[in-house]
Design a protein around this ligand. Structure first.
Ligand code: GLN
Length: 497
């Protein structure tokens, strides 16, 4: 493995992608295997083995997701200030392995403690690996979005494999084995990272700080150990918060405003140009909350819609509608993310690549069309309220393009708009938006489910598709707003495209 590459050498790579991207791609792919593997087991396990009601399990699931993404802010913050991205990632990986091992020993007995380790671990791992991808590129390199698109395929390969394999093992063989698999795969992720990290040169090393005389000095080791210790000490608190979902509400009311106050404090130390860029990043973050709130219907209301109102024929072949609901998006991302990446590069060579604002706007337009198609499934229903799985899958096909115009592009723009000392924090805020999106998705989905338990399939079809119609309109409005705000946001972004 090569040593001592300089940042300049790394960032001056030839071809479409830097080779370090592939190393990060594989680490992230295996981490997402573990994460989505766990995520896919949670609700099922809670209902069938912890004997929770479906409502409680759903709330509990929502709380876990919200906490996972909320802790990315904390992980990003400590990476920026004390640990650096590499150590954070390593620590996060260790915690995730520990969490999965605890669950593998006795998932029933140690459920909440295992999950809490995973929550904190993901917080340290997830934002920081994404930030390192951004560091592989010079600030004006227009291959960056394509790199993030490729990285995003890795995420989805892991999600698809893990999402399928873990629950399959759990249901058919043993839950200990299923959680054990997550631990093994997470270990593979970490080993991949450890053995390839030298190729990253100075990227992700522990930050330095300035002393009174302006000299760069090292961060005290004791402060770093305190972060490790602190993250272990909060585990019992997380356990309590996750196991009582009413606390999630309070947590969500608090964490957003608290992070904003912190960001404004950091912004006060920046110059005017930097402030404007960070403000632009914040606008992208706010829009992404709306996007995720709609998109994440997939885990909630769309999975109930799939269970109640869809037939089981996909292009004439028998298929489980819930399986299609869970897997089609990942599959489409895997196929189309690299293709879209190559299209972005080709367009940028011809100087016709749409800028980030237009991509974001397009993301919302695709989202609106997709929800219109979810709505339009009502026109294909039989008299019992059962409608076309083909149309439903078409909507997932369209929504995937929306995701690809927003999610990898969002990661990319965070790395472009953040100042060097706030990279982790801003990436954390990007994922914090997902936490709010997940949280809002649950509330929206619960609103749609309000026809009650005893409604007929036809009544449910009408209520759910009415809901999707409204989401389509709101997504369209959001898309129009972002495109019409583009001259203003463009000014804030300065030289960033
Ligand atoms: N599916 C993507 C991932 O797991 C994006 C998640 C998100 O930001 N909500 O990384």
């Amino acid at each position: 493995m090569e040593k001592n590459l300089s940042l300049e050498e790394i960032q001056s790579f030839k071809g479409k992608f830097p080779k370090q991207l592939w190393y990060l791609f594989f680490s992230e792919m295996w981490e997402r295997f573990c994460f989505y593997g766990m995520r896919g087991m949670l609700t099922y396990f809670m209902v069938h083995h912890l004997m929770m009601s479906e409502t409680v399990a759903n709330l509990q699931y929502g709380a876990t997701q919200a906490f996972v993404y909320a802790f990315t802010f904390v992980g990003g913050l400590f990476a920026d200030k004390l640990l650096g991205f590499r150590k954070s990632l390593f620590w996060g990986g260790l915690l995730m392995i520990t969490g999965s091992c605890i669950l593998a020993v006795d998932p029933k007995e140690f459920f909440f403690i295992g999950i809490s380790f995973t929550i904190i671990g993901t917080g340290f791992f997830k934002p920081n690996i994404s930030t390192m991808v951004g560091s592989l590129y010079k600030s004006d390199d227009n291959r960056r979005d394509a790199g993030f698109s490729l990285f995003y395929s890795g995420i989805n390969i892991g999600a698809l494999l893990g999402g399928y394999a873990c629950i399959y093992l759990g249901k058919n063989y043993s839950w200990n084995l299923a959680f054990g698999l997550a631990a093994i795969v997470m270990a593979i992720s970490l080993i991949t990272f450890v053995f390839t990290q030298n190729s990253l040169g100075p990227i992700g090393l522990t930050p330095t700080k300035k002393d009174k005389n302006g000299n760069e000095i090292e961060i005290k080791k004791t402060n770093q150990y305190l972060v490790y210790l602190g993250s272990l000490l909060v585990i019992p608190i997380i356990m309590t918060l996750v196991s009582k979902t009413e606390y999630t509400d309070y947590f969500m009311y608090l964490i957003g405003p608290a992070t904003l106050i912190y960001l404004f404090y950091e912004m006060s130390k920046c110059n005017k140009e930097e402030k404007k860029k960070l403000f632009a990043a914040l606008i992208f973050i706010v829009f992404s909350i709306i996007f995720w709130a709609f998109f994440e219907q997939s885990g909630g209301s769309l999975s109930l819609f799939a269970a109640n109102n869809l037939n089981d024929k996909l292009l004439g072949v028998t298929a489980d509608p819930n399986g299609v609901n869970n897997a089609s998006n990942s599959l489409f991302v895997i196929i189309f993310a690299p293709i879209l990446g190559i299209i972005w590069i080709a367009m940028s060579k011809k100087k016709i690549e749409p800028n980030t604002l237009i991509k974001f706007g397009l993301g919302f337009i695709f989202l609106a069309i997709a929800f219109y198609v979810f709505y339009a499934t009502r026109f294909f229903a039989d008299k019992n309220g059962v409608t076309s799985l083909d149309m439903f899958t078409l909507a997932y096909f369209i929504i995937t393009f929306g995701e690809l115009c927003l999610s990898p592009i969002g990661l990319s723009i965070m790395t472009k708009l953040s100042t060097k000392n706030l990279q982790g924090v801003m990436m954390g805020m990007w994922f914090l938006a997902s936490a709010y999106g997940q949280y809002a998705a649950g509330i929206l989905g619960a609103g749609m489910a309000s026809t009650g338990e005893h409604a007929t399939k036809s009544e449910k079809l009408i209520t759910y598709t009415d809901g999707y119609y409204h989401l389509a309109i709101y997504a369209l409005i959001a898309g129009i707003i972002i495109i019409s705000l583009s001259p203003f946001i463009k000014k804030l972004m300065g030289n960033v495209k």
